[in-house]
Design a protein around this ligand. Structure first.
Ligand SMILES: Nc1ncnc2c1ncn2[C@@H]1O[C@H](COP(=O)(O)OP(=O)(O)OP(=O)(O)O)[C@@H](O)[C@H]1O
Ligand SMILES: [Mg+2]
Length: 373
């Protein structure tokens, strides 16, 4: 089996490092302070948070993880969140459902069992009831079910998506209620860093100053080199530190893409077990770009010709986009037009503005632009 895994959440032997970040997250949450964790796409936020929650569970906390990516209305929030809360502890589910019946206005909860005896929570709406009452009760439910000896920790992933739900009123409601929660601590995380940061550091926003901010960086190259070497070594495949380092640089150290390219190389070499060289890294890169090229062309051809020029400039420079030299070299117009183009890339998730640099979210797309445009 391929020792490198990419896609969604990784755990067990597929997860490495993040020791300090893990301690920081666990200490903050178990100490009762809310936390915001932000990083660009595919840096490993969700995996890290799953690991932290698992370890906190073992320490006696109840934990809930809700992803706002799939929440497209208040009703869906109520449905998904109440289900997670009700089914959190299967051994006491009947009691919890009874409590939910008493505590939540506007719904009639029910419990069903499949042929294996697994319980499943659902509810029906009471006609004519006020959804906003139900929402208030659901938001307060964790506080009602917890106590000082039985604390809860709740993680909201891709939390910035909450703004899609009826403007900012949901955001305000949530903030109003959870600020009174004594036995529940919240972790907010997300990948649209500018949106998430704005929610917590802009004075006019409901969540202003309500949680500690923590930014997640890439995994240190030294740790990634060690991990890559040891994973290949399990299959008796050799890779030097220099080649591993070349691989990591190629994908700007982004955890997802490290695994992606290593998985591709593993497939190339598993049958003949040769020593891995920079050539293997280049070949794997070419294969990946080829596989994704239809999508990349589509993405590129949607852009105006000015935006294409800005993309080319960005693929060559990440810091001096507004200098005269860059404007001349890439035939760019006024800085304001360039800034507008960059903002649209950030909005679309093509470019990240992080630690003062413009970076392609997908390093393979950057290589594609460098090669083809
Ligand atoms: N600590 C880690 N150890 C090994 N691989 C990791 C680690 N963190 C992230 N990865 C790699 O990155 C991929 C994406 O991880 P994850 O989904 O946790 O990131 P994310 O920041 O939540 O991404 P997204 O922005 O897409 O939500 C994983 O499938 C894995 O390949
Ligand atoms: Mg995620």
């Amino acid at each position: 089996m391929n020792p490198f895994k990419y896609g969604k959440i990784v755990s067990g032997e597929f997860f490495y490092n993040r020791k300090n970040e893990l301690i920081r997250i666990k200490d903050t949450l178990s100490g009762g302070n809310n936390l915001v964790l932000y990083a660009p796409r595919r840096y490993g936020k969700s995996s890290l948070v799953h690991k932290a929650l698992n370890e906190l569970e073992r320490k006696g906390f109840k934990t809930i993880y809700l992803d706002f990516m799939s929440v497209y209305s208040r009703e869906v929030f109520i449905r998904n969140y109440s289900k997670l809360i009700a089914e959190n502890d299967k051994t006491s589910i009947e009691l919890t459902v009874k409590k939910i019946g008493k505590l939540i206005r506007g719904i009639v909860p029910s419990l069903s069992f499949d042929n294996l005896g697994n319980p499943s929570f659902s509810f029906s709406w009471i006609d004519g009831s006020e959804k906003v009452d139900t929402l208030e009760d659901i938001i307060n439910l964790p506080e009602k079910l917890s106590n000082s000896k039985n604390k809860w920790i709740i993680a909201f992933d891709e939390f910035q998506e909450i703004t899609k739900l009826n403007g900012d009123s949901f955001e305000k409601l949530l903030r109003t209620y959870i600020q009174n929660h004594k036995n529940v601590t919240y972790l907010f995380l997300g990948s649209r860093t500018h949106l998430l940061k704005d929610m917590f550091s802009n004075k006019s926003r409901a969540f202003y100053n309500s949680a500690m901010l923590m930014n997640l960086d890439v995994i240190s190259p030294d740790e990634s080199i060690k991990y890559i070497k040891s994973r290949f070594a399990q299959d008796k495949i050799k890779i030097s530190e220099e080649v591993a380092s070349y691989l990591i640089d190629k994908v700007d150290s982004i955890p997802y893409y490290i695994q992606f390219i290593a998985a591709e190389i593993w497939q190339q070499v598993i049958n003949n077990k040769v020593k891995i060289t920079n050539n293997h890294v280049d070949e794997a890169t070419a294969t990946i770009i080829e596989l994704k090229s239809d999508y990349y062309w589509e993405l590129t051809n949607k852009q105006t010709s000015y935006r294409k020029k800005v993309l080319v400039a960005l693929s060559n420079s990440s810091t001096e986009m507004f200098s005269k030299g860059i404007a001349k070299k890439f035939d760019l117009g006024a800085s304001s037009s360039t800034q507008k183009a960059i903002n649209s890339f950030i909005e679309d998730g093509i470019i990240e503005h992080f630690n003062g640099q413009y970076k392609f979210s997908d390093p393979f797309y950057k290589m594609f632009i460098l090669e083809k445009l």
